[in-house]
Design a protein around this ligand. Structure first.
Ligand SMILES: [Zn+2]
Length: 191
């Protein structure tokens, strides 16, 4: 059976809770969607932040809504440039992760933790996961065919959701570049 996933690349971004958002952009500021993302009501906010690490800073970093606990998702390349050392983690698991400073139009916030490199993963509905013979937290391999840099990724975590949905794999810009991807590409679970 073909176990197909749509492989999407996530560029660096932050998730912020409401209190931090207001600290950065003012008491009256509210998130405003400029682009809706696939699945779960996520969107790109109209505002941007600057990230500051010991070695450099990065401007115009996207904020993804809705409000959520602070999490800064970077690629390894971003982390090296900034001079921070985030652990590789599944989204939401930020305890003891790297500190970083976030600057908005009206203020700044020293996140004591929250910077991670997202562990590559697949979102798949429980029905399809059962068909594939996998369950939550299983590790699989995914093959991505591109013109000249086809690649098989190992260490891909399965995340399941009860609602019927298309299987989507999330990787970061380093991983997408390593596979020679220019945008969303089909992948296949091979193990
Ligand atoms: Zn994801």
């Amino acid at each position: 059976m073909e176990k197909k996933v749509s492989v999407e690349i996530s560029a660096r971004h932050v998730h912020l809770p409401e209190d931090v958002y207001k600290k950065l952009f003012g008491e009256d500021a509210e998130m405003t969607s400029v682009k809706n993302l696939t699945g779960g009501g996520a969107f790109v906010d109209a505002r941007r932040v600057t990230l500051v690490g010991p070695k450099s800073e990065m401007h115009r970093v996207a904020i993804l809504g809705p409000y959520r606990p602070t999490q800064i998702e970077l690629s390894k390349t971003d982390a090296r440039k900034l001079g921070v050392e985030p652990p590789i983690r599944i989204s939401g698991d930020t305890k003891g992760s790297a500190p970083i400073k976030i600057i908005g139009d009206c203020g700044e916030y020293e996140a004591e933790e929250g910077a991670i490199i997202a562990k590559r993963h697949i979102h798949v509905c429980e029905r399809e996961a059962a068909e594939w013979g996998v369950k939550k937290n299983d590790i699989v391999k995914v093959s991505i065919k591109t013109a000249e840099r086809s690649l098989i990724f190992d260490d891909v975590v399965i995340r399941t959701n009860p609602e019927e949905s298309l299987a989507i794999m999330h990787i970061d810009t380093d991983e997408g570049n390593a596979a020679g991807m220019d945008g969303t590409t089909d992948g296949f679970v091979v193990e």
